[in-house]
Design a protein around this ligand. Sequence first.
Ligand SMILES: C[S@@+](CC[C@H](N)C(=O)[O-])C[C@H]1O[C@@H](n2cnc3c(N)ncnc32)[C@H](O)[C@@H]1O
Length: 275
Amino acid sequence: MKATSASETAAATDDAPAFDTSVAHVARVYNYWLGGTDNFAADRAAAEQAMSAFPDIVLSARANRAFLRRTVTYLARDIGIRQFLDIGTGIPSANNTHEVAQSVAPDSRVVYIDNDPIVLAHARLLLTGSSNGATDYIDADLRQADQILAKAANTLDFTQPVAVMLMAMLQHLTDDEDPYAIVGKLIAAVPSNSYLVLSHPAKDIHAMEMAAMAERLNQMMAEKVTFRSEAEVARFFTGLELVEPGMTNVPDWRPDTEEEASSPAALWAGVARKP
Ligand SMILES: C[S@@+](CC[C@H](N)C(=O)[O-])C[C@H]1O[C@@H](n2cnc3c(N)ncnc32)[C@H](O)[C@@H]1O
């Protein structure tokens, strides 16, 4: 195992950072939907409220994880990508990015970023990589993209292609925070033949249920959500070349099985190359 970790991250990991359990947080709500046990009463209450508005949120979250597995496999196996910057990592689950990438290519280098202390508390689990590769965890906020890029450069070589992964996390940035400029900054920092992999909750798939779910989450969860339309999500790929089949609902992006293809979900998603 070769794990390179920012020093302040390692120190915080050793001392298990404190986190507020009285208010729902998205990493723990999402963990509940995925069947995990790293959640508290407030998280479960928010998750259940969301499920009563949109019962398919559980299958949607699982379909999103399957999309992550398929895209990382595609990039490592078919394209030869060896560097992954996974922003908004979440609590470790099945098929974490480094596990998928390093099972295909053991020399893959993966940097995880999240701003939630409970994800930081689990960072050690994410830092077990293959002997030839490297895995790092950085406790940072996507709104500070410059800091993320500077710290990620300790592990990733930004002269070589990088897959920038933003899975089900841009909904936590409001339009006022200009997520398009932030994604643009990330893409500007990586060379040609790098990739953007993105999934984003849709406001125009199961529109009424998704609107009701957003309203409930925004009442109960610390991180607010802005769900976006197909056109709004497509804008993140401006200047990039979407690979086939283009931007789709997550189950429609190269499903491996009939079961994956038929899963309900409401997330726009795609994989695009920087020319
Ligand atoms: C819904 S989870 C998605 C987890 C994982 N990417 C996946 O698709 O399975 C969203 C994650 O983004 C993180 N997040 C939200 N806003 C963030 C921000 N501004 N900077 C960094 N991470 C953020 C949350 O803490 C949470 O772990």
